[in-house]
Design a protein around this ligand. Structure first.
Ligand SMILES: [Zn+2]
Length: 82
């Protein structure tokens, strides 16, 4: 019985050493081959009216221009064209 216990302990130690070596060599653990990609940083858009930079998701777009808010969009669209 003591012999079997020693064998199991040896296997456990060998497995731990193997895992440590694997980590030391920088190999990815099985099942973790591809890390989830980080979310892309928000694209900043410049308000065509006041030049304030706003994330694209929070900005208002109209006629190819970006605006920080709808009020500036309306002001820009109402302003006389140069
Ligand atoms: Zn603005």
């Amino acid at each position: 019985m003591g012999m079997l216990l020693r064998l199991i302990l040896l296997c456990a130690v060998a497995w731990i050493v193997f895992r440590l070596l694997q980590r030391a060599l920088g190999l990815p653990a099985p099942g973790q081959g591809t890390a989830p990609s980080e979310p892309a940083p928000a694209t900043m858009r410049r308000c065509a009216w006041c030049s304030v930079h706003t994330p694209e998701s929070e900005s208002t777009q109209s006629r190819g221009h970006f605006f920080c808010c709808e009020a500036h969009r309306d002001a820009f669209l109402r302003a006389p064209k140069k």
